[in-house]
Design a binder for this molecule. Sequence first.
Ligand SMILES: [Zn+2]
Length: 486
Amino acid sequence: MRLPPSVAATVRAAPTVWLHPHCSVVSLNSFVSRYLVCPIHERLLGRDTFRCARILDSSQWLAPTDLAELQRTKLSALFHHATMNTSFYRDRLRRAGVDPAMDDPGAALSSIPPLTKQDIRESAEEMIWRNAPHGVFSSHTGGSTGEPLAFFFDRRRQAYDQAARIRTHRWFGVEMGDRELYLWGSPTENLRTDRLKRWRDSCFNQRLVNAFDMSAATMDRYLDEWDRFRPACLFGYPSSIALLADHARGRAIDLTALRAVFVTGEVCHPHQRETIAAYFGAPVANGYGSREAGFIAHECPEGSMHITSENVIVEVLDEQGGVLPVGETGEIVVTHLDAYAMPMIRYRTGDVGRLKHGRCACGRGLGLMDIVLGRTTDFLYLPDGTVKHALSIIYPLREMPGVRQFHVVQDERYAVTVEIVADDDCGSLSEENVTEHVRRAIGNEVDLRVRFVDFIASTASGKYRYVESRVKRPCVTSCVETLSHV
Ligand SMILES: [Zn+2]
């Protein structure tokens, strides 16, 4: 693909090695991780991450008109690819009257029907380009939206998403290889807590502590880990980080000296941001994206939510699917310009937001947006005081074949009810195996009821809350109370 001249010139001028002014002193571990481990790792996986990162590091300063030109060039290439290599998009673009050779592919974008999760479920095989360089990989997602989804990706897309992440960390003086503490959770990651996993984390200068297990005792251990590790930044769910901050404050522990706290995965409510910023004394930067839609946007130090304009086109649609003008609120729809194994053209995220006019004071030409309403989940509580992040129950549910949609409610007496809408072809899905999977997350101390239903009613309060808890826990009010307003 040929880059527009202005973009190509900027990329050629990009430096090959970075050193942020805040990071003039680099520890040996950081140095080895940044210049040895990470490059070798990316090379072995076939990901061109560092070249992508150099491109993004330069292109963020392009004028908005040049970025729009870059988007048109990449969109045209994506249309050509999708038409040539996937029967799904060949048919979809033809029916929409889109000719990949047209001068302004951006103008044609709105004539293509938005892509739903149902489209992907029904037509995944017809959407996949099996010849993607370095292979095609599958993943599950959508757990936090209550609608599980299997999708496919290639190394090119991964490299650009990873490069976008590197760039936004650098905005806050955090370089690849700097010490990073993850307050995160997923079944895969947390099962790999053996020696090999810890060795791998130490090579990358990372530590993982489990956001799915937040009892007082485990949080004490996390704080001890923190004290030994002394991270440069913290990355995790805002609800879990605010909970840890509350716990640490109660024990009068000093967790300051961070360069930034990166929050993602769910809505970051203002009270959580205040709690986190006040306690850690560091900027709180919100990232917006998803596994299937990519690295969509991230806050800069000036507080603006910048779209990753080189990699994604963001549109905002009304309820009838019409494109809304900048400033008006509607559903966020994303086209990933570097997703080639399974093109994502006009993918409906289910989140609500708006595009914004103007240019940020930081000087970057990247587009601006706001997230108005997105994925929100409550904690679940166990009688012994353990607090479970909602994703700990969401992850096993989303990975069960045959689960189309689910909703989880915990009542005042800790009892949990799981409602499931099953696919027509739901195979081995049964009350017994759902119970078994959920019990692994919540244990055996609370009542559990699994119900198969035809549909899950969408209420004003429940539309974006897929895990709701009605247990009253005054000790964590800062994390929970405002969620009930959503
Ligand atoms: Zn900015």
